[in-house]
Write a protein that binds this ligand. Structure first.
Ligand code: SIN
Length: 516
């Protein structure tokens, strides 16, 4: 029993826990070990207005423009205005960002009008943020780490959350935790796709359990594909940071020709969705499975020092990025959609909050501006915790029991897992159409109906149920949106839709509703 439960331990969850611990006991629940998740692997940096040459309004405008008409303007304003304060606080906790003399070493990334990205150890920004927050959590009273616990479902009664039902992965025994409030900060869902930059833990758990608890989910058709994942046989789609293009890296097709300027005047630094699609179309045009990123003109020492992690990782796969072209292609990277929240992380379920990639605060709209996600995590992690403290001030913990359901019995678990990822990648990723999406929906419908009201007995089984659930929301909303906007591109409706409506899921039903 804890006053507050935080599910997930990336930037949003850890920041939320630090705030909550000032007011009560906190349990941080993670299915892995503390800090494992997308934040840890984030390379590029944090977009934040800390330079005299920058302006809050410019950051606001760049975010709105990237979001392609679907951002919530108040949420964006909150992000850009409060961002500098939260980053200064991280620095006070001990985070060390790269400096150029007395100033931050600001870099540029796609669709930013000025250099405003701060970074740490070159390309290890996420690691530095997780390290700092973990160290601070470890020194803070009132926080328990509940590692190796997979959350199956929320305990909800009369639209109020009372805790969680989990599986202790070391014993596979059920474990119940009750609390006054629950903060969902479980990250994204890149593992619904075969090709992704996300770590193995990114299986959309928070989104799926929120859906089953009847929370509202929004903008689920908007999934961002990063233009440059390493493309090698037998290697994961390791991220080659956008800041490589910000520092002058060039994309070349298989014939060695530069091509991005043929698709957008900002060429390699066009918004991320446009660069990913340009690569996709260039690959089709040249009948190739990848393009190249070329850094060879930037200088051996500069590349090695500025991107030490990428340099050493690629070298371990036999590629010297200072001397050779690096094969790359797009990979699933970030979910703009998620659990709908207000500006304080509140969901439609009483005392249930969401923040970070799990949430849809509205800051990203239809396409996220590069390096806005770590900032979103820290700002809305903090704000969700502040709201949870206020909202639950006068309530006590109720020991509500979860519903007990029949257990799922999966046959060929791993084969099903790969089949879903493959299906999604081929039919519901960078370019989609009615036929491909219908095929996915039909497959997922029959699979999901066989699992209705059944609960998993192991983490892996639960993860499969969650990727099916999130994939279904993605495919149904992508099918419903007959037009192209931001990261959602329909080849049968390539024209851009200018209206600003959203698609939501309510009451735990796979029934996409147009709103707004
Ligand atoms: C990158 O380093 O390219 C990733 C940054 C981001 O996803 O915002």
């Amino acid at each position: 029993m804890y006053d507050y439960l935080v599910l997930g331990s990336g930037v949003a969850g850890l920041r939320a826990a630090l705030e909550l611990a000032k007011h009560g006991t906190v349990g941080i629940v993670t299915k892995s070990v503390l800090g494992e998740g997308s934040t840890e692997y984030a390379q590029g940096g944090v977009a934040v207005v800390l330079s005299d040459d920058d302006d809050i309004f410019l950051h606001y405008e760049d975010t709105i423009n990237a979001g392609d008409g679907l951002c919530d303007k108040d949420a964006v304003l909150t992000l850009v205005e409060e961002g500098p304060k939260y980053i200064r606080e991280l620095i006070a906790y001990g985070a060390k960002f790269d400096m150029h003399g007395e100033h931050f070493d600001f870099t540029r990334e796609a669709a930013h009008s000025v250099n405003r990205i701060i970074h740490a150890s070159g390309d290890a920004t996420g690691h530095e943020i997780v390290r700092t927050l973990k160290d601070t959590v470890n020194k803070t009273k009132n926080i328990d780490k509940i590692e190796n616990h997979f959350v199956v479902d929320l305990i909800v009664k009369n639209n109020r959350v009372h805790g969680i039902y989990a599986i202790d992965e070391l014993t596979n025994a059920p474990a119940l935790f009750h609390s006054k409030a629950v903060i969902l900060a479980t990250g994204g869902a890149g593992r619904i796709f075969k090709r992704t930059t996300n770590p193995e833990v990114s299986t959309g758990d928070g989104m799926a359990i929120a859906f089953r608890a009847k929370a509202v989910l929004k903008d689920m058709e908007f999934y961002q594909f990063h233009p440059t994942g390493l493309h090698l046989k037998n290697a994961p789609a390791f991220l080659l940071s956008e800041s490589m293009r910000g520092e002058g890296g060039i994309l070349r097709n298989i014939k060695g020709e530069r091509f991005c300027h043929n698709y957008h005047p900002m060429a390699e630094l066009a918004p991320r969705d446009i660069v990913s699609r340009s690569i996709f179309f260039e690959m089709m045009k040249t009948d190739a499975e990848h393009v190249y990123i070329d850094l060879t003109h930037l200088g051996h020492d500069f590349v090695k020092n500025r991107f030490p992690k990428i340099y050493s990782t690629c070298l371990s796969y036999g590629i010297d990025i200072t001397k050779e072209l690096v094969p790359v292609s797009p990979a699933a990277h970030y979910y703009m959609g998620g659990v709908e929240t207000d500006l304080w992380g509140r969901t439609n379920i009483e005392n249930l909050f969401a923040c970070g990639e799990t949430a849809c605060t509205g800051v990203h709209g239809a396409n996220r501006l590069a390096s806005n996600s770590l900032l979103e995590g820290v700002v809305f992690g903090g704000r969700s915790a502040k709201a949870a403290i206020i909202d639950t001030k006068n309530i006590s913990i109720e020991m509500v029991e979860p519903e007990v359901n029949e257990k799922i019995d999966f046959k060929d678990l791993e084969a099903s897992y790969s089949e879903v990822q493959d299906l999604l990648w081929k039919n519901a990723s960078i370019v989609r159409d009615k036929g491909s999406l219908t095929k996915v929906v039909e497959y997922l419908s029959s699979f999901l109906s066989s699992l209705e009201n059944k609960i998993p007995e192991t983490r892996r089984c639960g993860e499969l149920k969650n990727i099916l659930t999130v994939s279904m929301m993605l495919s149904l909303s992508a099918l419903k949106r007959e037009g192209s906007k931001g990261a959602h591109y329909r080849s049968d409706f390539p024209e851009k839709i200018n209206e600003s409506w959203h698609i939501v899921f309510k009451n735990g039903k796979f029934d996409p509703i147009i709103e707004g």
